[in-house]
Design a protein around this ligand. Structure first.
Ligand code: NAD
Ligand code: UD1
Length: 332
């Protein structure tokens, strides 16, 4: 049985579907800070199997103790956290409290209950501004440009120190590149609050007429068409990556895996791919660079391939089609 914290969120809900479909029993914990409880019956609708759901905070040690007492949890997938990069600059204490303190409270509760297997949602941002793509797991962590990124790097360090202190712990640190897309059912996906910060939901909201036009931040980067390059992966592939990473928890210690496609795609290519997949145009204009953006990065995916037997299988076309299906559902 697996506990997924942040289990009603964008990525956690797709992980829950993947685990239930593969026969795992699942418990979800989420305080609904950035998601809604109606995701729970949707997960059941997709899989035909129910997950137990607790509405509560990952910083609540008593709640965690009671969950661990009531359910025979084998491993925890820790997705709960705050993730808006800009907001983390204005509210650093909230970010360190939820992301760092929350992870520590979770690990303390797990240790008390004798559960020492953990998968942690980390980010490619921990490679820092100095790293040269493709990012390889053997590179050290670099300087992060935001408290959000620093909070992820800090938790990675905490987990590495924890594993070094006690050989019974096994932790898989998964560094996500740019997850996009939605479940092909159209029942779960990403629901940003307010105006989206990230590219994919912005594109789909412009296409749906919710927003007037996309601003492409910078067309003077040293890339093929001058726009920034990222490694976008389908959220369903990402969810599969978590299921297979459970296997890595059979080996003690902390291991790090990039989850990406290994392919860099520019902002302009994303706009073109969306229109090609959906036949819907996206109004855009070039705007100045956005503070803190890096020109280009993508993952080295060899380690996940070799050690987990995982690789992304969904195409850019799948990512666009599934995003659009979800967007039409969301704006209907
Ligand atoms: P999300 O906001 O959709 O999901 C996070 C969930 O955690 C939300 O449902 C939220 O309500 C919940 N939550 C927040 N604070 C909580 C708390 N104190 N207690 C319990 N629940 C809490 O975000 P997501 O995109 O699904 O991201 C999941 C994880 O992956 C996060 O840790 C995020 O930092 C990390 N990550 C995301 C991306 C991305 O591009 N989406 C990239 C790299 C890493
Ligand atoms: C951002 C975060 C990263 C986080 C990730 C997922 C920064 C610097 N990085 O990654 O830490 O893990 O989100 O939450 O914020 N773009 C536009 N117009 C838009 C929106 C985006 O041109 O309206 C461009 C950006 O300049 C960037 C690309 O699209 O080049 C992708 O942006 P985004 O989706 O925000 O992801 P990242 O910036 O890579």
């Amino acid at each position: 049985m697996i506990l997924v914290t942040g289990g009603t969120g964008y990525i956690g809900s797709h992980i829950a579907v993947e685990l239930l479909a593969a026969g795992h029993s699942v418990v979800l914990l989420d305080n609904l800070a950035n998601s809604v409880a109606s995701v729970v019956p949707r997960i059941e609708k997709i899989t035909g199997r129910a997950a137990a759901f607790y509405q509560g905070d990952v910083r609540d040690a008593a709640l965690l103790a009671s969950i661990f007492e009531q359910h025979p949890i084998d491993a925890v997938i820790h997705c709960a956290g705050l993730k808006a990069v800009g907001e983390s600059v204005t509210q650093p204490l909230a970010y360190y409290d939820t992301n760092v303190h929350g992870s520590i409270v979770l690990c303390q509760a797990m240790a008390k209950a004798g559960i020492k297997r953990l998968i942690f949602s980390s980010s490619a941002t921990v490679y820092g501004v100095e790293a040269i793509p493709p990012y390889v797991e053997t590179m050290g962590r670099g300087s992060c440009t935001s408290p959000y990124g620093t909070s992820k790097a800090m938790v990675e360090q905490v987990l590495e120190d924890l594993c070094a202190s006690d050989p019974e712990w096994s932790v898989a640190i998964l560094r996500y590149f740019n997850p996009i897309g939605a479940h092909p059912s159209g029942l779960i996906g990403e629901s940003p609050q307010g105006v989206p910060n990230n590219l994919m939901p912005y594109i789909s909201q412009v296409a749906a007429g919710v927003l007037p036009e996309l601003r492409v931040y910078g067309n003077d980067y040293p890339t093929q068409d001058g726009t920034c390059v990222r490694d976008y992966l389908h959220v369903v592939d990402l969810a599969v990556g978590h299921r297979v990473a459970l296997k890595a928890l059979e080996t003690p210690g902390a291991s790090h895996y990039n989850l990406g496609t290994g392919q860099g795609v520019s902002v302009k290519q994303m706009i073109d791919a969306f229109t090609q997949a959906t036949q819907v145009p996206v109004a855009f204009r070039y705007a100045p660079r956005r503070d803190g953006d890096l020109a280009a990065f993508w993952a080295s995916v060899e380690k996940a391939q070799q050690e987990l037997g995982w690789q992304a299988t969904k195409t850019l076309d799948d990512m666009m089609t599934d995003t659009w299906r979800w967007q039409q559902h969301a704006s209907a």
